[in-house]
Ligand binder design. Sequence first.
Ligand SMILES: O=C(O)C[C@H](NC(=O)Cc1c[nH]c2ccccc12)C(=O)O
Length: 436
Amino acid sequence: MKQPELAVHELAPRMQQWRRDFHHFAESGWLEFRTATHVAETLHQLGYQLALGRDVVDDAARMGLPSAEVLAREEQRALEQGALPQWIEHFSGGFTGIVATLETGRPGPTIAFRVDMDALDLGEMQQPSHRPFAEGFASCNAGMMHACGHDGHTAIGLGLATVLQQFSDQLNGTIKLIFQPAEEGTRGARAMVAAGALDNIDYFTAIHIGTGIPSGTVVCGSDNFMATTKFDVQFTGVAAHAGGKPEEGRNALLAAAQTALALHSIAPHSAGASRVNVGVLQAGSGRNVVPAQALLKVETRGETNVINDYVFERAQEIIRGIATMYGIEAEVKLMGAATNSEPSPEWVAFIRQQADEVSGVTQVVDTVKGATGSEDATLMMARVQEQGGKASYMVFGTHLSAGHHNEKFDFDEKVMEVAVNTMARLALNFPWQRGV
Ligand SMILES: O=C(O)C[C@H](NC(=O)Cc1c[nH]c2ccccc12)C(=O)O
């Protein structure tokens, strides 16, 4: 049994530096320009072969992409904040994905690990009671915050890269480390799958920290992600004089408001849990003008793909019906998608066995009850499994200062050691002769 503990413990200060640097320069989905250049440079220095940008992110399959104007402005911002110019061209235009490969030259399967790099669209709390602010690493980018732990995931990915490189003479086969953009809004994974980045992988593991799991607990085969569809609805009506000729107007604001209420009253499904959220409603232009424009940002979720599809289809009928009722146009644009997940039992069993040996781990479970959030790593898992590979999703419990997606979110950085130790063991102790 090979034990990476000592090497990982020595790496802890580097991982903390990486994590705090990524936290400080938080970048939302498809805008991870600074982050991606530093990840690429570190992996390159370690001797990994890199596939970057358009080679691992399919242009047409990207969902929920910011406008060209925002992409250009944020790339400039990243350069001013220390993005490395020698790598930036690969990621320019929002192609912020990386696949790093370590070929051992010895026969054996391909084992892949996936982490995500994006921050959330949320402003970070700037108060001394919030540790990242008190210790000087709170986000310096307005409206962008690592409030879901992906700064930790990226640091874990680099920590794992370092340890596996150190132990490379004890590995067989091929190791792939996948750094994904735009997990929030479940937008990025589909583009990496479409680019073929998940092809020919035998064993795949994606990870998350936190999610309400207590410190010391490791979940080896999360099977409770909700299938989800993210979409925008653009309503276009007719502007008119609200006092003089209201009958000539077609009111997009009222259509959007009716739609928001109706979406939240879709009947539940007898087969399991579902969700609807209208997260944004923007409408109108002036007090005395019949509003001609309205935008809704919506997500549906379901415990299974069937339940999510049911809610999504009902939502489309509601949108069409209300648009007809108000005599306006409604354009629906798909912004993100993910499925539910079915981890491969043999791979989960092997993960459980390895996690059990990691110091600091007090409880190892296969899964936890109850539907929670969504994850587009499920699309990657499905791709690997379609091709005959095995896939799982792990969660490493840690103490949180506030819930995910909250402006006071922070986590206990010790979890990064637990994660790297567990993941490194999956490769180091893999039964190369027989597989799992
Ligand atoms: O749908 C998304 O946009 C992805 C996003 N994903 C996460 O937040 C990760 C996540 C999955 N499950 C949990 C449970 C608790 C916190 C965070 C998570 C979500 O569910 O809103």
